[in-house]
Design a binder for this molecule. Sequence first.
Ligand code: NDP
Length: 295
Amino acid sequence: MAERIDGKAFAATLRAKVGEHAAQFAAQAGRPAGLAVVLVGEDPASQVYVRSKHKATVEAGMASFEHRLPADTDEATLLALVAQLNADPAVDGILVQLPLPAGIDEQAVIAAISPDKDVDGFHVINAGRLSVGQPGFVPCTPLGCLMLLKDRLGDLSGLEAVVIGRSNIVGKPMAQLLTDANATVTIAHSRTRDLPAVVRRADIVVAAVGRPEMITGDWIKPGACVIDVGINRVSAPDSDKSRLVGDVEFDSAEKVAGSITPVPGGVGPMTIAVLLRNALVAAYRNQGLDVPAGL
Ligand code: NDP
C-alpha cells in the first residue's frame, strides 16, 4: 500500500518558513513584501482561488493588493492596471488570475507583466530562463511537485519520469525541472501511443491531464511515486453533491504505487505555498537583497 504524500502538511511547513523570512525581509527592507492579485470577472473557481491567495499572503505577513475588475473590462484597462502595478515599488509580485474573460488576449496580458514580478512564471522570459538554466520564476504547481518529489525520493538522478500533459503551466516546466534534477524524462500527451505502457516504465509519474481518474493502478509500476496534479469536479454517485478527484484513480493506484499524492490535499496546497515563496523571492531581488539560502 502506497504511502500518502501529505501535501497539506508540507505546504504548511513551507508557508511557515516563508512567514519567518517575510518578517526578516520586512525588518531589513523597512516594508513588507507585496503580492498583487488581479481578478477579472466572477468565475466562481477563480474567486475561491483569489480569496485563498489573499488570506495566505496576509497570514505570511506579506501585503496583499487585490484588484477585482468587472467581467466586461477591456484589455486596455487591464494592461493599464498591469503597468501601474509594474511601476509600484510596494508590489513585488503580480498574478493575473486565469482564465481571463473572452475578448482579452491572455498572452498579451502575461507579456505585459514585468518578468521580475512574474511570480507565476508564465512570462516567456521566465520560461526561457528555466529552459536555459538561469534564475527566474518557475510556475508554482510544477515547482511544488518537484519539492514533494525531492522530499520523498531524495536524489532523482537516473530515475525514469513520465509527465502526462504538456501545458505551458504544468507539463512543460515540470519536464524541464525533472530534467534539471537528472531524471530521464518522457513527456506524454493526447497523441502518445500506448500511454499505459509508457506510464508503466516510470519511477515517477506526474499526471497533469485534466481527465478524472484516467490513470488506473494497472498503469503504475510497483513502487512508483505518483504525483497527481489533476483537479476534476465530478458528481458523486447516489448524491446531488460533487466531489474532487484527480487524474489518477486513487484507490487502484494506491495499491501499487510506493507513494502517491491524494486529491484534494496533495499538490493543490503546494501551489499557493510556492506562490508565496516566489513572491518573497521577488521581494528580495527587487530590493537588491540576497535571497536567503533554502527559500
Ligand atoms: P491543459 O488542458 O492545458 O493540458 C492538458 C494536457 O493533457 C495536454 O497536454 C493534453 O495533450 C493532455 N491530455 C489530454 N487528454 C489526454 C489523454 N487522453 N491522454 C494523454 N494526454 C492527454 O491542462 P493543465 O496542464 O492546465 O492542467 C492539467 C490538470 O491539472 C487539470 O486537471 C487542472 O485542473 C490541474 N491543475 C491543478 C493545479 C493545482 O494547483 N493542483 C494547477 C494547475 C492545473 P495535448 O497537448 O496533446 O492536447
